[in-house]
Design a protein around this ligand. Structure first.
Ligand code: GDP
Length: 408
């Protein structure tokens, strides 16, 4: 799951660090270059001095050997002179060596000095396009990637970090940003229980919620995994001993009614259905009536999912909402569709004001950006991830785990 985005983020972070180091080296080199003329001048002065020193030394040598010449002629004049000059040139060589060593030390210092990295605005600007591209490529919507980049910029630009710190800083910054983008999911089962429990313990008139099931209206586009996810959730409720029924309110397609009935049979959970083409709101209404009568704790209403731009579809779902007055309206979409899922969730949110999102097919999604996008665009929590075709493949969405799966 989500391996592509994780790997790309890692590469980007390392690329940015490398770039910052290269820029830093270039900066030092530039400084070096700027200082070069001054250095050359210094060198020529030094050379002059050396020359002068040599001449002076030769004079000195001459002076030194004079008395020797006059009083005790031990060695030939040239020999003494050569010896003295050798001493002088050795000293000059020594000086040069010291100079070289000093230089070496300076470069050593430069490279170890790049322990500290400061990413300038220009460097970030140059590099952020790559980040934006990798986010977009991995199903992160433009609005969301812009937010991530802006916040990351505020967190790292102009601040000084050590080489060791910078990678960690980028990681923790991204982590913080994503944590903020994703809304903390509520506990759906707990919510259902909170409404269902007084019903079970009820002893009469004080309980206003008597015989009132918890109703969830599901919406989403055909093929997005809606029916399968409803069945998965029904299975989960059954396992938790929360009685439930499913309502086949997608009366637009005969196959959808049959599909839900099939799931009902498999799971031994009742499905309320009407004929193909009947009013979907009436199916939901009847399911709630049945649940009240039979003290069923939860009603899961499946709905039609033609293209999300269909005005009729939105009018239809609004009507179901009005008639059934659900406790929750949940969108089910595919994790793999990226921007399409964002457009879909927006349309449904505008129509019925969603309470949460379930993303199916996370098991075959290598990118992971859809979760960020739908969460940020709607400001609604992701409650579950579908992680396979089987009934038990419905995982509670865990922000921490999701962020970890991105390698942060
Ligand atoms: P609907 O048209 O929205 O009701 O979609 P369906 O429930 O019929 O699902 C469409 C296809 O997606 C079916 O083949 C499902 O088995 C498959 N599917 C649903 N959820 C998941 C999931 O989490 N992972 C995988 N791999 N497939 C899924």
């Amino acid at each position: 799951m989500f391996s592509k985005l994780r790997d790309k983020l890692k590469n980007w972070t390392q690329g940015l660090i490398k770039k910052a180091i290269v820029e830093e080296v270039e900066k030092v080199a530039k400084k070096e270059k700027a200082e070069k003329p001054a250095k050359e001048k210094k060198e020529s002065i030094k050379k002059e001095n050396k020359k002068k020193f040599k001449e002076e030394t030769q004079e000195e040598v001459k002076e030194e050997i004079k008395p020797i010449e006059e009083h005790e002629y031990v060695e030939p004049k040239q020999k003494i002179f050569d010896k003295k000059e050798r001493e002088v040139s050795e000293k000059i060589l020594e000086d040069i060596k010291i100079e070289e060593e000093k230089k070496k030390g300076f470069f050593k210092k430069i490279f170890s000095g790049i322990n500290k990295i400061k990413i300038s605005e220009e460097e970030f600007e140059k590099y952020f396009e790559d980040l934006e591209y990798l986010l977009l490529e991995n199903n992160v919507a433009l609005e969301v990637s812009e937010k991530i980049i802006q916040e990351l910029k505020e967190k790292i630009v102009g601040k000084e970090f050590s080489k060791k710190e910078i990678e960690e800083k980028i990681k923790t910054s991204l982590k913080e940003i994503i944590e903020e983008i994703l809304i903390e999911p509520f506990d759906l089962i707990k919510k259902i229980r909170q409404k269902a429990e007084p019903l079970a313990n009820s002893s009469g008139s004080q309980n206003k919620q008597k015989n009132t099931p918890f109703v969830i209206l599901f919406c989403g586009i055909n093929g997005g995994g809606k029916t399968t996810t409803i069945a998965k959730l029904a299975n989960k409720l059954k396992k938790q001993e929360i009685s439930c029924i499913m309502a086949a309110a997608d009366t637009f397609r005969a196959a959808a009614i049959d599909q839900l009935k099939k799931h009902g049979e498999n799971l031994q959970i009742k499905v309320i259905s009407h004929e193909y083409g009947t009013d979907p709101a009436s199916v939901g209404f009847d399911a709630i009536k049945y649940a009240k009568k039979n003290k069923i704790k939860c009603v899961l209403i499946d709905t039609a999912g033609r293209i999300h731009t269909s005005k009729n579809l939105m009018i239809e779902i609004e009507k179901i909402k009005r008639v059934c007055n659900p406790d929750l309206k949940l969108f089910i979409g595919e994790s793999i569709t990226g921007n399409d899922a964002v457009d879909q969730v927006k349309s449904f949110d505008d129509a019925i004001n969603l309470d949460g999102i379930i993303l199916s097919k996370a098991d075959i999604d290598e990118k992971g950006g859809t979760a960020l996008s739908v969460g940020y665009i709607t400001k609604k929590p992701i409650l579950y991830l579908g992680t396979g075709q089987e009934y038990d493949k419905l995982e509670k969405f865990d922000k921490k785990k999701f962020i970890e799966s991105l390698g942060l």
